[in-house]
Design a protein around this ligand. Structure first.
Ligand SMILES: C[S@@+](CC[C@H](N)C(=O)[O-])C[C@H]1O[C@@H](n2cnc3c(N)ncnc32)[C@H](O)[C@@H]1O
Length: 219
């Protein structure tokens, strides 16, 4: 992670500090979209043990690891962010923070624009949506995610007797789309998220190409 997401820890720390500042001592309710194996959820619980945390993902491999490694207090939800009806599967209607860490670049522009509105709609008054991802300055970049080590990790998972069947299911769900990536600049994200009911949106953190766009709902 540190090699291809050099600012990851810093970004997570910044997001957690923002939650602490907005919740002012109260245990936060947080949604982690495209949460993968649940590393952000673990970090949230370490900082706010009483927090109500929901993780959403579609990948059966990620979900299996998340369910096995996170405490049962975390709601782990299988949902497809490509489906406009995904939020109906959530256990709560309002969150203090909705976070996406390196998770939304699989979505095409139209769907991501619509998703921003859906994410803002899930936030309580005074809360925020944050998207941390590669947001290079200048032109949008398209890329394919596999630097060799990622492929090797997946080969090991496919050979695992417990997770192997989930890899087959994953291929059925995603086809080739899980490797297609699209990285518009932060300006694009700001425009998209500002179409919703937010009173402020800004780049709250940057480290090279990685940035965090944060949009606050009015208090
Ligand atoms: C690069 S991983 C990041 C995971 C996690 N946020 C982290 O930082 O460790 C991207 C995640 O997005 C999830 N994802 C991709 N497309 C999705 C979709 N259509 N619906 C739900 N989750 C999706 C993947 O399954 C994967 O877990």
């Amino acid at each position: 992670m540190a090699r291809y997401q050099p600012g990851r820890e810093q970004a997570i720390e910044r997001m957690i500090d923002l939650i602490a500042a907005r919740c002012d001592g109260r245990a936060p309710r947080v949604l982690d979209v495209g949460g993968g194996t649940g590393t952000l959820c673990s970090r949230l619980l370490a900082r706010f043990p009483e927090s109500e945390v929901t993780l959403v993902d579609l990948d059966p491999v990620m979900l299996a690891i998340a369910r096995a490694s996170l405490p049962s207090s975390v709601e782990v939800v299988r949902a497809d962010l490509r489906d406009p009806g995904w939020a109906a599967l959530l256990p709560y209607g309002g969150y203090d923070a909705v976070l996406a860490i390196m998770a939304l670049h699989y979505l095409p522009p139209d769907r991501l624009t619509a998703l921003y509105a859906e994410l803002v709609g899930l936030v309580r008054a005074g809360g925020f949506v944050a998207n941390v991802d590669d947001m290079p300055e200048g032109e949008a970049a398209a890329s394919v995610s596999d630097d060799g080590s990622w492929g090797a990790w997946w080969a090991q998972v496919a050979a695992d007797p417990v997770l192997g069947p989930a890899v087959v299911e994953r291929a059925r769900l995603f086809g080739d789309s899980s490797s297609a990536e699209w990285h518009p600049p932060a300006e694009w994200h700001l425009r998209a998220v500002k179409a919703g009911p937010v009173d402020e949106a800004a780049v709250a953190w940057r480290n090279g190409d990685q940035a965090a766009v944060v949009a606050f709902r009015p208090r």
